[in-house]
Write a protein that binds this ligand. Structure first.
Ligand code: OGA
Ligand code: NI
Length: 345
């Protein structure tokens, strides 16, 4: 197992260099071309109003059902998070990454998954992602490991906490809406989580002189129930796989991007889709993105709801912790992990 080079430092010392370990063969037909078709798909990614969902607005709940079925991705507006807080999170994070390497290395990942660092290579010859990360566990609060929390810039810890507590509120509201559209009592799905686990992964993607030859994040689906992502307002990087094409998710200022994760796909017996997605770097601009992952507790049982099984049961019932243990052993590899939860695997 080898750690990837620090991408930020590499670009700082030589902005034009792209070492071979980062080069991927991105198939021509997979590329997001500016064709009318891709732009049209991109413009159709659903936009949902959280204040309507939380008031159980019927049409909005229908839109959520459609979005989870047909897209597995949507953007959320009217979520009630102060614009100032979103900006504070972005400003403080940018300042953190601008600190000298020695300072950031004080919270460097060391064997575990938390802290500052790079995703590691699991197999020899594996292509590296063009990004550095900061990963922290947020909820339940006793899962926080403060030795990995940044001590600079001033107030960053409080900002992370304030931002994450808003994400938690939004996540719980969305899970209640999901419970309703899945034909359950409003609080049933939250209850099945036992306790919602929440982690933050900041992806720091420096500009790349060959943006078409590398990936900031390899294709994957998230193992979560849902993921809530804050993007940069003016740099597009996230792409979702739709109808065999990579479709960009264009940022809407102050909106949050939400996607269905594997756990929700399993609970819904495949009705809701945990879609493959990836991120690409920009040629001239830095992109920082903030993914908050909401998981069921490791002891929670995840399996298709009987009433959602139409013809046949696709997934088996399993402990979420067992699912995770298998999923994180593999490299980010498309949809490989939901495959192994299928009946007969
Ligand atoms: C992730 C993710 C997308 C992005 O961290 O799982 O998919 O745009 N992030 O950074
Ligand atoms: Ni993801």
């Amino acid at each position: 197992m080898a750690f990837a080079p620090n991408v930020q430092e590499m670009v700082r010392s030589n902005p034009l260099q792209v070492p071979e370990t980062f080069l991927v063969s991105r198939k021509e037909e997979d590329e997001p071309k500016s064709t009318a078709e891709v732009l049209d798909l991109s413009s159709k990614i659903p936009i949902l109003d959280l204040s309507l969902l939380s008031r159980e607005h019927k049409e909005e709940l229908n839109k959520l059902d459609q979005a989870c079925k047909e897209w597995g991705f949507f953007q959320v507006v009217n979520h009630g998070v102060a614009t100032e807080l979103l900006q504070e999170m972005k400003d403080a994070t940018a300042k953190f990454f601008e600190l000298p390497l020695e300072e950031k290395n004080k919270i460097r990942m060391s064997g575990g998954r938390e802290g500052y660092g790079q995703a590691y290579a699991i197999s020899e010859g594996q292509t590296m992602d063009w990004s550095d990360t900061l990963i922290l566990s947020l909820y339940p609060a006793q899962s926080r490991d403060l030795q990995f929390w940044p001590t600079a810039p001033n107030g960053f810890r409080e900002t992370i906490e304030a931002y994450s507590s808003e994400v938690k509120r939004i996540g719980e509201e969305l899970i209640r809406s999901l419970s309703t559209i899945m034909g359950l009592e409003k609080d049933a799905l939250l209850g099945l989580h036992k306790e919602v686990l929440q982690a933050l992964r900041v992806n720091y993607t420096p500009p790349c002189s060959m943006p078409d030859k590398v990936l900031a994040l390899s294709p994957h689906s998230d193992t979560t129930t849902i993921t809530i992502l804050m993007q940069e307002d003016n740099v597009t990087g996230l792409q979702i796989r739709k109808e065999g094409k990579w479709v960009p998710v264009k940022p809407i200022p102050n909106a949050l991007v939400v996607n269905v994760g594997d756990a929700l796909e399993i609970w819904s017996n495949g009705k809701y889709k945990s879609i493959e997605h990836r991120a690409v770097p920009n040629e001239s601009r830095l992109r920082i993105s903030y993914a908050s992952f909401l998981f069921p507790h490791t002891d929670a049982e995840v399996g298709p709801f009987d009433h959602m099984v139409e013809s046949s049961r696709i997934y088996k019932k399993l402990k979420f912790g067992d699912y995770m243990a298998k999923a994180i052993k593999g490299k980010l590899d498309g949809k490989a992990h939901t495959e192994m939860a299928k009946i007969g695997s």
